[in-house]
Design a protein around this ligand. Structure first.
Ligand code: CO
Length: 159
């Protein structure tokens, strides 16, 4: 499993929902967890390793869990800004405003539907990873001028 770095086209694809958790999906989940440990990330979306399906791995209380077809069903009006990095953008940090707390629903690794309330870092991580599943990236939150400069640097291979 190879990490995909910006501007890899897989990062811009809107990932498709998973209908059933078969052997292939279970293997993808295992390999994604290993990749996340290796890369020392706190979250990983499947399209970051080239698989355009709605799976994310997140670190909840030091336990790595796979969330399948995750969606936000409720969120606080209150937002908070914080710096975020991303494994697909080595060295880049972007200040992003996110909802402070969320209720999400998803299918767990055993195929059961679950609902969960999240706040703090967990809430931020989920919003970041669901963005990935929709092809949205941290540079999309940058001011147009900074984004342009970043893209010029990427294209001239300075990064
Ligand atoms: Co990311």
């Amino acid at each position: 499993m190879n990490m995909r770095y910006y501007p890899d086209p897989a990062l811009r694809i809107k990932s498709s929902s998973i209908e059933s958790i078969d052997k292939y999906i279970r293997r993808v989940i295992r390999e994604m967890k290993d990749t996340m440990i290796l890369e020392e990330g706190i979250g990983l979306a499947a399209n970051q390793v080239g698989i355009t399906k709605r799976i994310i791995i997140v670190d909840f209380l030091d336990k790595k869990e796979a969330l399948i077809n995750p969606r936000i069903i409720e969120h606080s009006a209150e937002k908070e800004k914080g710096m975020e990095g991303c494994l697909s953008f080595p060295g880049l940090q972007v200040n992003i405003e996110r909802h402070k707390s969320l209720t999400i629903s998803y299918i767990n690794e055993d195929g059961m539907e679950e609902t969960r309330e999240l706040q703090g870092l967990n809430a931020i991580a989920i919003q970041h990873e669901i963005d990935h599943l929709n092809g949205k990236l941290i540079i999309d939150y940058m001011a147009p001028r900074e984004r342009l400069e970043y893209n010029l640097r990427v294209n001239s291979k300075e990064l």
